[in-house]
Design a protein. Structure first.
Length: 490
């Protein structure tokens, strides 16, 4: 990935600042509760949801286990259908490929379908540096772009904004990007949507180049699939002469039949809809129908390294539904910006440190941005065990060890600030390996329980700043059990 946002602090510092913003917390609370309640009702309608979830997991795991084969099959299928496939090892290479392709058309602007992959690589900024304007057409992405902001949610990038704030952004900024907002624009959602529609319509009709991502790629046919709710994607994917799609290599599925699973689980788990409003599929190019030139940029950017981790690779099953964000108590209070990544919430806490590594302060703290309550695992439509990966990454941060970087196995050093944690773990291991010493320690603590401090000193202070130390029992469980057994004997 291109790195964290400039000046972004570590997650604890960013979250501490975010929770003081009462407007932000109110916006997040209202939006996440509304979305997750609707999702729960939509999912409950399907008696076979658990089987669909298991099937989606199985398809994704099978694909990842044979990713090399399916990617080569995809390349052959796309090429046979009239498209051109490019391979990008990292963000810089992907940005260079797309920039050169746009320059080759002679155009100076592109319209964009909402795409996490292009946000991940910083494509808009790379195009701007090359003198090419990139216009977001998804309503929420448009709000973020006009507001010189950053997305804070996978599905609803402007979830941190309320209607009044959106009206102010449209009134102040639309004119500098194209058609200005109507005079006297109010904050009614219909008025705001109409202002966006008029603003974007000019761009749709003028654009000759579009950039998209894809939710899925079908290896056997070379078909690209984009799911969206507004119709802007359909305009971008059909009107321009040239279409460039930047897609992570993990988005491939083996067969067209596999889509059946995800076309049921993704809409219900993301927008709580039984069927997605706009599902666009295209296979290469067809004369007289849609773009005449199609380029597919297959993006690695840390995905192959993630695939090499037997525990962490399950993050690549993600279909970007954002259900985990809407149930996460940490995300609800801290918001997406605190994660310093285009992938916020629980999935971002396990995906970003794998794609980017744990060398930065923010990536080293992301695995700790969780209560490990497990709600994210329960709602994940492809059964990613996010708590398991979080604990796995915490071990990597605290202990260091072998990881894959650029396809090479290397040993990384522990992150700064975990010396006391490692010492505590070593002491615990020594104690737990010696039952006699453990028993003596338990009895000593029980006798000294009245001396229990209210707060821990030194590094332990961070724990007791937000938690109370538990009361120590009069006797250990071991002693209680022994006494119970003795009393039970005849």
């Amino acid at each position: 990935m291109t790195g964290t946002y400039l000046g972004m602090p570590a997650f604890p510092d960013a979250a501490r600042e975010a929770v003081r913003d009462e407007v932000l917390r109110a916006n997040l609370r209202h939006a996440t509760h509304t979305i997750r309640d609707k999702r729960a009702r939509a999912v409950a309608e399907l008696e076979d949801w658990d089987r669909l979830r298991a099937a989606g997991k199985a398809v994704k795991d099978h694909t990842l286990a044979h990713l090399d084969r399916y990617l080569l099959q995809l390349e052959a299928s796309v090429t046979a259908a009239g498209g051109t496939v490019h391979w990008a090892a990292d963000a810089d290479e992907a940005n260079r490929i797309v920039t050169d392709l746009v320059r080759g058309t002679g155009e100076k602007e592109v319209v964009k379908v909402k795409s996490m992959a292009t946000q991940e690589i910083g494509l808009n900024e790379a195009l701007e540096a090359a003198g090419i304007a990139a216009y977001e057409t998804d309503l929420a992405e448009l709000i973020v772009q006009l507001g010189h902001d950053r997305p804070s949610h996978i599905l609803v990038p402007a979830i941190h904004r309320n209607r009044g704030e959106i009206r102010e952004v449209f009134a102040a900024e639309m004119g500098s990007w194209g058609r200005p907002a109507p005079e006297g624009l109010g904050d009614d959602p219909r008025e705001l949507a109409e202002a966006a529609r008029l603003h974007l319509r000019e761009k749709f009709l003028r654009a000759r180049v579009a950039v998209s991502g894809a939710n899925f790629m079908v290896a056997e046919t070379g078909t690209m699939v984009v799911l969206e709710s507004e119709g802007n994607g359909r305009m971008c994917l059909t009107l321009p002469e040239t279409l460039i799609s930047v897609v992570g290599i993990e988005k491939v599925v083996p067969t067209f039949r596999d889509l059946e699973i995800f076309l049921q689980t993704l809409p219900r788990s993301s927008t709580a809809e039984r069927m997605n409003p706009y599902t666009t599929m295209w296979t290469g190019t067809t004369e007289g129908d849609g773009p005449s030139v199609f380029h597919l940029v297959l993006l690695d950017n840390g995905r192959t390294d993630t695939l090499a981790d037997e525990v962490g690779r399950q993050a690549l099953r993600c279909i970007r539904c954002s259900a985990c964000l809407n149930v996460c108590p940490v995300y609800e209070r801290a918001g997406g910006h605190a994660y310093g990544s285009v992938y916020p919430g629980p999935i971002g806490a396990i995906l970003s440190p794998q794609l980017r590594g744990t060398g930065s302060a923010i990536d080293a703290t992301l695995p700790y941005a969780s209560t490990l309550c497990g709600a994210c695992y329960e709602v994940c439509p492809v059964a990613i065990d996010i708590p398991e990966v979080l604990v796995h990454l915490r071990e990597r941060v605290a202990q260091g060890g072998q990881v894959t970087r650029g396809g090479i196995r290397v040993r990384i050093r522990p992150a700064d600030g975990h010396t006391a944690e490692r010492a505590a773990m070593r002491a615990a291991r020594l104690l737990l390996d010696r039952p006699g010493a453990l028993r003596a320690g338990e009895r000593l603590l029980a006798r000294a329980r009245r001396l229990r401090p209210r707060r821990l000193p030194g590094p332990g202070r961070a724990w007791t700043d937000s938690r109370e130390l538990p009361e120590l029992p009069e006797r250990s469980f071991r002693d209680w059990w022994a006494a119970r057994e003795k009393e039970a004997r005849p």
